[in-house]
Design a protein around this ligand. Structure first.
Ligand code: G
Ligand code: G
Ligand code: G
Ligand code: NA
Ligand code: MN
Length: 255
């Protein structure tokens, strides 16, 4: 397929794919606590290809592994550059797909990047979906423990959409849960969504996890999520995903 060839070329060339950063803010103060990295692909002939299109393609073809390795490299280099400039970007979260998570080599790759750059593991968060974690629970515990040993944070993405095994959440060394956008959309008007968010916050508190709500678009949603006890908010209300140089200005202005 043409798109697959183009994606392979983009990964090989190393200068077509871009890292965008979407701030995560403290629910109470509104100050940034970090950002989620989201991959963007401005393809020279096609224009911006949607991640909804090229991420599943990358997952089907196995290209997601070199792509994630490259993204991790660039993310760690960027953190080092911000720190060298005296800026504090907070914790930078990288999405990791099943191939990378279970394929072996993820932790070794991160070790190399951290050693080479001098960046501390605690600067990084790995976002992994609930369903990926449940796929092979024993293998997952091993990878998560390896990451924890390096003080790398673990975030459970799209929380509430998989078939949750709440018992396992307690056995996984996890730091953060991200309430899926689908529960956030109507949280200001639907009692059911409020009850869900409230239950997830209660679970997070009981297990000592930070609770993030994603996809926050309105003040009404933010006020309700804050009232329900969410710790961190992320969404278009605060900022859209932005290129590194814009995020530099964002954190420089926020401090
Ligand atoms: O970035 P949004 O803007 O459109 O992303 C769409 C989907 O692609 C989301 O599910 C998001 O998690 C995923 N995605 C974006 N960037 C990455 C990435 O670098 N790696 C992985 N695995 N998924 C990503
Ligand atoms: O699957 P994951 O949660 O990683 O996906 C993040 C996706 O959510 C990205 O596509 C990102 O662009 C998108 N996103 C971030 N904030 C908002 C928001 O406030 N509203 C909507 N509709 N999408 C958002
Ligand atoms: O409406 P009012 O401001 O009283 O809302 C207080 C809500 O904010 C309560 O639900 C409480 O759990 C939550 N809250 C209070 N302090 C904090 C805090 O430091 N962090 C978070 N995430 N929630 C808090
Ligand atoms: Na994510
Ligand atoms: Mn999510």
């Amino acid at each position: 397929h043409l798109l697959e060839r183009q994606l392979r070329a983009a990964i090989d060339s190393g200068d077509q794919l871009q890292l965008y950063f979407q701030p995560k803010v403290d629910a109470i103060s509104g100050l940034p606590v970090g950002a989620e990295v989201l991959m963007r692909w401005p393809q020279p002939e096609r224009g911006m290809v949607s991640p909804g299109e090229f991420i599943p393609l990358a997952e089907r073809t196995g290209l997601i592994r070199p792509m994630t390795d490259w993204l991790l490299l660039r993310a760690v280099e960027q953190i080092a550059a911000w720190q060298a400039a005296g800026l504090e970007p907070g914790k930078i979260s990288v999405n990791v797909s099943a191939h990378s998570f279970y394929g072996g080599g993820l932790v070794r790759h991160i070790d190399e990047l951290l050693a080479r750059s001098g960046v501390a593991g605690e600067q990084l968060f790995i976002e992994i979906t609930e369903s990926i974690l449940m796929h092979d629970r024993e293998a997952a515990v091993q990878v998560l423990s390896d990451l924890r040993e390096r003080h790398i944070g673990i975030s459970v993405d799209d929380f509430g959409t998989g078939y949750s095994s709440l018992g396992y959440l307690q056995r996984f060394p996890v730091d953060e849960i991200k309430i899926d956008r689908s529960f956030v959309i109507d949280v200001d008007s639907k009692a059911g969504n409020q009850a869900l968010v409230s239950a997830i916050v209660g679970l997070g508190r009981a297990l000592g996890l930070s609770v993030v709500a994603e996809g926050v678009e309105t003040d009404a949603q933010a006020a309700r999520l804050r009232h329900l006890g969410c710790d961190v908010l992320q969404g278009f209300l605060y900022a859209r995903p932005m290129p590194a140089d814009q995020f530099t200005a964002y954190i420089a202005g926020a401090t």
